[in-house]
Write a protein of this length. Structure first.
Length: 305
C-alpha cells in the first residue's frame, strides 16, 4: 500500500526547503498485524518499506521567528532518503571508490597460477619438442598427465579452502610456487621423459590448488552490490599480468639468460602473488549478509567452519 505523508503549514509560516529529510523515531502500534507491510513516500524524500502497521504522528510547526522545526515520528525500520543522497552510481564507480585496494590485491593473488598454467601447459610442450627433442606424442602424453593433476589440485584446493581457510590455501600454493619455479627446468632439462612429466604435473598441481581457491576468495572479498564487477575486474587485471606477459617475454628470456631467466621471472610473479594474498582478508566463516556499517562482510552469528 502506498500513501503520502504531507506537511501542513500554518498561513504566515515558512515552508521547509525541498530536500529536507525526516528524522526516524516512532513506536510500533500495539495492534500490529503480522505479515502486513506498507511502503511510505513523501514529497521531500523517499521512505522505503516499513513492516506491519504503524501508529505515526506528524507534528509540524515552523514559523518565521524560528520556533520548533518539523518533527516526524516514523518507525525506526523506515529509512528516509534525501533525493540528493539517492543518486545511483555504477557498480564500477562504487567498487573503485570503496575497494580499490582489494581490487589490486585480488588481481595480484591470481597472477601465479595464470602464469604457471601457461608455462606448464603451453610453453613446456613446445620447449620439450623444439629444444629437448622429445617427440610430440611424448609431450602430449606428459601434458595429459599434467591436466589430470590439475583437476586433482582444483578439487584439493576447494576442499582445503573450506576446511582450512582461503588465505592459507592459495597463499601456501603461491609460496610453494616460488621454490618450484627453480625446480621446474632442472627436471625438464634432465632429458628424462618421466622427470619431464613430474615437472609438468607438479606445476599444474599448484595451478589447480590456487585456482580452486580463487573461485571462493575473490568473489567473497567484494561487497554484494558490486561483487560480480569486483571479481571480474580483479581477475581480468590479473590475467593481463599473469596470462599475457609470460607468453611475450618467455622466449626472449630463455634466449638471453637460459631457462634460469624464466625461472626467476616465475619466482618473482609467485612471490608477488603470495604477498598480495597476505594482505587480503580471510573470508572463511564470514557471512555474505551485509549491513550499512560494514560494507564488505559481516561475521556470521553462528560458526559455519
Amino acid at each position: 500500500m502506498l500513501f503520502a505523508l504531507e506537511e501542513h503549514y500554518v498561513p504566515g509560516e515558512t515552508a521547509l526547503p525541498q530536500g529536507d529529510c525526516c528524522s526516524s523515531a516512532c513506536n510500533r502500534g500495539a495492534d500490529d498485524q503480522e505479515g502486513h507491510s506498507r511502503n511510505v513516500a513523501t514529497s521531500h524524500g523517499r521512505v522505503v518499506r516499513s513492516s506491519d502497521r504503524w501508529n505515526c504522528t506528524h507534528l509540524a510547526s515552523r514559523s518565521v521567528s524560528g520556533r520548533s522545526s518539523v518533527h516526524w515520528n516514523i518507525p525506526p525500520a523506515v529509512t528516509c532518503i534525501s533525493p540528493r543522497l539517492n543518486e545511483t552510481k555504477t557498480p564500477l564507480v562504487q567498487l573503485l571508490h570503496h575497494q580499490s585496494k582489494e581490487v589490486l590485491l585480488a588481481s595480484g593473488a591470481v597472477v601465479m597460477w595464470l602464469s604457471f598454467f601457461y608455462i606448464g601447459a603451453v610453453y613446456i610442450t613446445n620447449y620439450g619438442t623444439t629444444v629437448l627433442n622429445f617427440s610430440r606424442s611424448e609431450m602430449l602424453t606428459v601434458n595429459l598427465i599434467g591436466v589430470g593433476f590439475n583437476v586433482i589440485g582444483s578439487v584439493a584446493g576447494a576442499l582445503l579452502a573450506d576446511r582450512r581457510g582461503r588465505k592459507i590455501t592459495i597463499g601456501g600454493a603461491n609460496a610453494l610456487a616460488v621454490g618450484w619455479a627453480f625446480a621446474l627446468f632442472p627436471l625438464a632439462n634432465s632429458g628424462n621423459i618421466a622427470l619431464m612429466a613430474v615437472a609438468v604435473a607438479g606445476t599444474l598441481l599448484l595451478v589447480g590448488v590456487a585456482s580452486g581457491t580463487t573461485t571462493a576468495i575473490i568473489p567473497e572479498t567484494f561487497h554484494t552490490r558490486y561483487r560480480s564487477t569486483g571479481a571480474g575486474v580483479a581477475f581480468n587485471m590479473g590475467s593481463v599480468v599473469g596470462g599475457a606477459i609470460p607468453p611475450i617475454v618467455a622466449a626472449p628470456l630463455v634466449a638471453a639468460f637460459g631457462s634460469l631467466g624464466l625461472a626467476v621471472m616465475m619466482a618473482v610473479l609467485a612471490g608477488a602473488s603470495a604477498l598480495c594474498v597476505a594482505f587480503l582478508a580471510e573470508t572463511k566463516g564470514i557471512s555474505l549478509q551485509e549491513s550499512e556499517t560494514e560494507p564488505v562482510t559481516v561475521r556470521a552469528h553462528e560458526d559455519v567452519g
